[in-house]
Design a protein around this ligand. Structure first.
Ligand SMILES: Nc1nc2c(ncn2[C@@H]2O[C@H](COP(=O)(O)OP(=O)(O)O)[C@@H](O)[C@H]2O)c(=O)[nH]1
Ligand SMILES: [Mg+2]
Length: 268
């Protein structure tokens, strides 16, 4: 008893803290070396989680693939997916992201995926993908050839689709203490390269456009301080060197998006 008391005192007060910290760190290091696969899971869990939303055919899968340098199946096997796709971006210094691509088709699987990312496992941020009315229409089962829909129809469909997602974002934001960020990624910029400023304005809060008004509504509902909104033009598919969006310029837009995600997540 009398011998144990002074020993305790040397560990607990401030003088003992360094030693205690070193022991704990040592223990963690040992753990790391012995279970590498468990460690990679540990770090993956600490990556910010990002929902990728938007209607079918806008380019969610291709953008998520580009952001994560995911190459298998590039060129996009099938437009429109019914399942939640998961992609992980790993960067230097343990920075990275987990992307959850929510299916765009209004099916039961989509509602389940929306619940998952906005309620069950709430995400840190959202990339909502739009395409300035250039979504690739999904063919009706059993038909061949390209399905067609006018740009007007597609823009209207984007608005309708946004209403569903915006509602989910709002309810997540009001439930949470920490702010949520939203990036509206206007993709396929290679298809509307001459109208960049005008198109970005159309999707921006405070612009007075049909889409801008809907974004304003979301901000009012969620509370301005709870939600940050960015609008970025991206192209995840570059054309040849003579086009307005050669590969290099397209790459730069995807990189700019990645940099913004890092800033929003406090990586830099
Ligand atoms: N021109 C152009 N086409 C794109 C771009 N991104 C995707 N696409 C095409 O748009 C179609 C739909 O893309 P996908 O990623 O499957 O859309 P999702 O349904 O939202 O996942 C595919 O044929 C893509 O090749 C882009 O930046 N520019
Ligand atoms: Mg897809």
């Amino acid at each position: 008893m009398s011998r144990a008391a002074p020993r305790l005192r040397t560990i607990l007060p401030h003088s003992g803290r360094t030693a205690l910290g070193a022991t704990v760190a040592g223990g963690v290091l040992t753990g790391l070396a012995s279970a590498p696969e468990r460690v990679s899971r540990l770090f993956r869990r600490r990556f910010p989680i990002v929902a990728v939303t938007g209607m079918t055919g806008v380019g969610k899968t291709q953008l998520a693939n580009r952001l994560t340098r995911h190459t298998s199946g590039d060129g996009v096997a099938e437009v429109g997916s019914a399942v939640l796709e998961r992609r992980t971006r790993r960067s230097h210094r343990m920075q990275g992201f987990r992307f959850l691509v929510v299916p765009g088709d209004n099916a039961a699987t989509r509602l389940g995926a929306l619940d998952e990312v906005f309620h069950d496992e709430p995400v840190d941020g959202v990339i909502h993908v739009v395409a300035n009315g250039h979504a690739t229409p999904r063919r009706t089962a059993g038909t061949t050839g390209r399905a067609s829909a006018s740009r007007e129809d597609q823009l209207a469909a984007e608005l309708e689709d946004w209403a569903i997602t915006a509602h989910r974002i709002a309810s997540m934001a009001v439930r949470r203490d920490k702010p949520v960020w939203l990036v509206i990624a206007v993709t396929k910029a290679d298809l509307w390269a001459d109208d960049l400023d005008e198109v970005v304005r159309y999707y921006s809060p405070g612009s007075g456009s049909r889409f801008g008004d809907k974004v304003d509504e979301l901000r009012a509902l969620a509370g301005g301080a709870k939600l940050s909104v960015d609008v970025l033009a991206v192209s995840s598919q570059g054309g040849d060197r003579t086009s307005a969006f050669p590969g290099k310029r397209a790459n730069a837009t995807v990189e700019a998006l990645a940099v913004r995600l890092s800033q929003l997540s406090g990586h830099v």
